[in-house]
Design a protein around this ligand. Structure first.
Ligand SMILES: Nc1ncnc2c1ncn2[C@@H]1O[C@H](COP(=O)(O)OP(=O)(O)OP(=O)(O)O)[C@@H](O)[C@H]1O
Length: 654
């Protein structure tokens, strides 16, 4: 595969371009967990597949049953109907042949065959109808099963405690289940039904042959052997092929994303990375193509060998049948029916075997998905917690210690032995250097995390024991990493309380200077804030921050029902005017609503106005007091204050 220079990059070969032929020299990718499943699927023995089958079939049946029991029963009954009609058709075939080969004049032979012919036609019609209806039930089941699995996944992913998302194993597991688990649930059910169809076909052929003449059974098994080998080897090859692609596919995807994503589009051009990306893509794609061609050849050889073996064995079986016929062990009509039955069994076996390997592969992903749901269930909040207190006068943190997953082992928690008090109507500012624990403290106060040691209480009630959702309804948050919701500007502010009056919306927008942002939008409050929608708009970073601030003010402005407002780095992207308005609004908010306000910011000039300032360092409270007290004290706050204040002083001297 070769790539011609893209428009705008060709024809200007410079010395720098020569280096572009080096591509990106990406190192090996981290092996994802699902690669292990692909390995297992490619290398599983038939014994292992067989042993797991009852478990997988029961799991597939259970989820299919939860999705639509009627379609499950329909698919099962109709597949059995297909088998019965196949058996019926085979018996009728024997009758037809018996009539045709009878030692009577031709007209009489045809007449004798007619009843069986009618039965054969009826059996084939019934078979066709059952098969089509079973296919419909199966096709209906697959998307329903997928939907059931998706709903189960999202119910769990939205309900688990926030801390679960900090656990990388849990998060990977969630991602795997999302990307493959739910779709494989549908695939598992489809292939399980395919296996059932194949098995029913084989059983029908075996049953009929057993009835026609028991001697024919060993012949049938002999005829199926090369088919077994050919299908198994071809399925295995297909897996190996897929497996060989996996790494290259992931690399290609990574490069494709870089070359097509909006996020990287500007830097690809600024840093003239076009050629390098294309060279690397070409290299990866060429390697993939080589593997593909090589394996395609090998797969064809296996298929050829299987067909040759099948032809030899089938010829031997037919020769044996002829011998039995000549020696009078079986009648001509029975031998004819046996030939048809053997062909039916061979084709049913081929499809059952390839479906069996697919059931095994889907089952690996599906079992992983089921394990995820079990893990998530262990992380769900208490199902019947105590009711949340309605408001508070004081929030107390007593000897609170909190560590993120992985931090426990390092012995340096994000927060350690923190004791603080927050009172209604007062503004408390949290300051400290990057990574000192301010956001973590805010998340504990918001009821998003629970401490491992110590307590957070509202007027003496430990909030770890109460209904978290009811508690969080009383807290307004202006988050540092706010979400750009793909909704209208209005919905981005009112969120889950759209019933507030226009005055409340106007007040919130004014407090955050979001009104001027909305004024510039083409459809005002009704503008969709996402370019992926028709007439969608894309606010700038600072404009988004104003909307996020308005969101917090709006939530906090519902009488005395939201007594806590937390603002985490609310002004980092704001211009000077918006920042000034914001801090004035924050103090006005505390005064008007009587809420306790917690402010996190690195802008110490704005912190000055807080009633109380808490200084954090490496997860511990190191200083507390008013601005005047802390500046008088020769500590961290004073040092940070001097640094910021110094930056604004006009240098004197030459
Ligand atoms: N989700 C997380 N998983 C693991 N560690 C985390 C996570 N979030 C924060 N930490 C760690 O916890 C510590 C405290 O982080 P936190 O975000 O609370 O600091 P901060 O004071 O708000 O920092 P900044 O001023 O940079 O926003 C840091 O060491 C950080 O690396």
């Amino acid at each position: 595969m070769t790539t011609s220079p893209p428009p705008g990059t060709g024809g200007d070969d410079t010395a720098a371009d020569a280096h572009d032929q080096d591509g990106l020299s990406l190192p090996a990718l981290v092996t994802p967990k699902w690669r292990q499943f692909d390995d297992q699927a490619a290398n599983a023995s038939w014994g292992r597949i067989g042993r797991r089958m009852p478990f997988l079939v029961s799991r597939a049946t259970a989820i299919a049953w939860r999705s639509n029991p009627r379609d499950v029963i329909t698919a099962a009954v109709l597949n059995v109907g297909v088998g019965a009609a196949t058996a019926w058709a085979l018996v009728a075939t024997s009758g037809v042949l018996g009539g045709l080969f009878a030692a009577v004049p031709t007209a009489d032979r045809v007449l004798a065959a007619l009843p069986s012919l009618a039965v054969l036609a009826a059996a084939l019609v019934v078979r066709g109808v059952c098969s089509a209806a079973a296919g419909r039930a199966q096709a209906r089941l697959e998307p329903q099963v997928e939907l059931t699995a998706e709903k189960e996944l999202f119910e769990h992913s939205t309900a688990v405690e926030l801390r679960a998302f900090d656990d990388s194993d849990f998060h990977d597991h969630l991602f795997r289940s999302y990307v493959r688990g739910t779709s494989e649930a549908g695939t598992l059910v489809r292939h399980t039904i395919d296996v059932l169809t194949g098995v029913v076909g084989i059983v029908a052929a075996i049953g009929v042959l057993g009835v026609l003449h028991p001697l024919l059974l060993p012949l049938l098994i002999l005829a199926m052997l090369p088919q077994w080998w050919g299908s198994a080897a071809s399925a295995r090859m297909r897996y190996r092929l897929l497996l060989a692609f996996t790494e290259g596919r992931r690399r290609k995807l990574l490069l494709e994303n870089l070359m097509t994503s909006r996020d990287s589009a500007a830097e690809v051009r600024s840093f003239t990375m076009e050629r390098r990306l294309l060279t690397e893509f070409d290299r990866v794609a060429r390697r993939e193509l080589d593997i593909q061609l090589d394996l395609a050849t090998r797969q064809s050889l296996v298929r050829l060998a299987a067909s040759a073996a099948s032809a030899v064995v089938t010829a031997a079986v037919f020769a044996t049948l002829a011998l039995l016929l000549v020696n009078g062990f079986v009648e001509l009509a029975v031998a004819g029916a046996a030939v048809v039955a053997i062909r039916v069994a061979q084709s049913a076996l081929g499809s059952a075997l390839s479906s069996l390997t697919l059931v095994y592969e889907s089952g690996l992903y599906f079992s992983d998905f089921v394990a995820f749901l079990e893990q998530a269930r262990a992380r769900l909040p208490e199902s019947s917690p105590a009711p949340a207190p309605r408001g508070f006068e004081q929030i107390r943190l007593e000897h609170v210690t909190f560590a993120y997953p992985g931090q426990e082992a390092e012995g340096e928690p994000a927060l350690e032995d923190v004791s603080l008090t927050f009172t209604r109507g007062r503004t408390v500012a949290l300051v400290g250097e990057n990574g000192s624990g301010k956001t973590t403290l805010a998340k504990l106060l918001s009821g998003l995390y629970a401490p491992q040691q110590g307590t957070v209480s509202w007027d003496g009630t430990d909030v770890g024991e109460v209904d978290g959702r009811a508690l969080r309804r009383q807290i307004a948050v202006i988050a540092q990493d706010h979400t750009h919701w793909p909704l209208t500007a209005r919905r981005n502010v009112v969120m889950s309380s759209p019933d507030g009056d226009d005055g409340r919306l106007d007040r919130a927008a004014g407090a955050a200077r979001a009104d001027s942002v909305v004024g510039d939008l083409p459809r005002g409050w009704d503008t969709l804030l996402d370019k992926r929608f028709v007439e969608g708009a894309e606010p700038s970073g600072g404009q988004w921050q104003r909307l996020a601030a308005a969101r917090g003010f709006y939530r906090g402005d519902d009488g005395r029902a939201t007594p806590l407002l937390i603002a985490d780095e609310p002004t980092a992207a704001l211009d000077a005017r918006a920042e000034h308005t914001f801090f004035s609004s924050l103090h006005a908010h505390a005064g008007r609503t009587g809420a306790a306000v917690v402010l996190i910011t690195h802008r110490l000039a704005s912190v000055r106005m807080a009633d109380h300032i808490v200084v954090l360092r490496r997860g511990r409270v190191v200083e507390e007091g008013t601005h005047t007290e802390l500046v008088a004290h020769d500590g961290l706050y004073r040092e940070l204050w001097d640094l910021q204040a110094g930056a604004y002083q006009v240098p004197t001297g030459p």
